[in-house]
Design a protein around this ligand. Structure first.
Ligand SMILES: NC(=O)c1ccc[n+]([C@@H]2O[C@H](COP(=O)([O-])OP(=O)(O)OC[C@H]3O[C@@H](n4cnc5c(N)ncnc54)[C@H](O)[C@@H]3O)[C@@H](O)[C@H]2O)c1
Length: 250
């Protein structure tokens, strides 16, 4: 699958991340099919994407999106509980709960349903991509990749693209290209068996562990740690709940 051949994006799981991924893809001009497991979940996705805090309607209200573009974007999104609804997608981006066995089982099923040649991407927060891909057919492994977005997807620009030893260069190029076309900034990451968290979450986790160690050793309070990170590194928030920025204390 080449970048210019991608027209329809499937999103598996319409929760916090899936809804945001669907929204940015639709706004960028892609036809989007979201699949979730119940009518209630689909309704929640519809609410979030169209009317939520980060949704399309609000983007129009705050002047980030023109009304006509919003209407066109909304018309490009369809939602279903039927896995077969993803059959014709050129890429499927998975955003179901962070459970390895669930992801493995769902990708195995998806492999039987979605057309050959379609890319499979996981938005896992950190599982090894090769392990998520364990049960797909050998021909799909070269099309398997990680695509890790940050929450909220509509405003956070980061997208880690994680490649395994089996991911083809064509898949890497198409996926990174898609991320850029939907407004993201790509960091390339090599899949690393035995680790969790790719780049962002590993570095953040290490910093957080150090912050906790400092507090536990009585070197500084939680408040003082947060204050230092917000005012010394311009972080929008600290590790322990404090937030910086306009109208805030720091
Ligand atoms: N929330 C974050 O900040 C964040 C950031 C980056 C990555 N992630 C990762 O993204 C993934 C999704 O996280 P989330 O926060 O959006 O979760 P969420 O719980 O908000 O959404 C998950 C959705 O998947 C649906 N689902 C469950 N099983 C399914 C199936 N078999 N087929 C289709 N849909 C199914 C659920 O009904 C739900 O709507 C996880 O792997 C998570 O680690 C989350």
């Amino acid at each position: 699958m080449k970048l210019d051949e991608i027209k329809t994006v499937g999103v598996l799981g319409g929760g916090i991340m899936g809804g945001g991924i669907a929204q940015v893809c639709a706004i960028a001009g892609y036809t989007v099919v979201v699949r979730d497991i119940s009518d209630e979940a689909i309704e929640a996705t519809r609410q979030a994407v169209f009317e939520g805090k980060w949704g399309i309607k609000r983007a129009v209200e705050i002047g980030k999106l023109k009304f006509d573009d919003a209407v066109a974007a909304m018309a490009r999104v369809s939602m279903t509980t039927d896995l077969a609804g993803l059959a014709g997608c050129d890429i499927v981006i998975e955003a179901i709960p962070e459970k390895l066995d669930l992801k493995q089982a769902v990708f195995k099923e998806l492999d039987q349903v979605v057309k050959p040649g379609a890319i499979f991407a996981s938005n896992t927060s950190g599982f090894v991509i090769e392990e998520i891909a364990r049960d797909v057919s050998p021909s799909r492994k070269k099309l398997f990749i990680g695509m890790h977005f940050s929450n909220p997807v509509t405003t956070m620009k980061m997208c880690e693209v994680i490649y395994t030893p089996e991911t083809s260069q064509e898949t890497v190029d198409a996926t990174a290209g898609l991320a850029e076309r939907i407004g993201k900034v790509v960091s390339m990451v090599k899949d690393a068996p035995g680790t969790y968290g790719f780049l962002l979450n590993r570095i953040f986790g290490a910093a957080r562990r150090e912050a906790v160690a400092i507090v536990e050793a009585g070197i500084a309070t939680k408040e003082d740690v947060d204050k230092a990170m917000i005012t010394g590194r311009n972080w929008p928030a600290g590790f322990f709940g404090a937030r910086g920025g306009i109208g805030k204390e720091w």
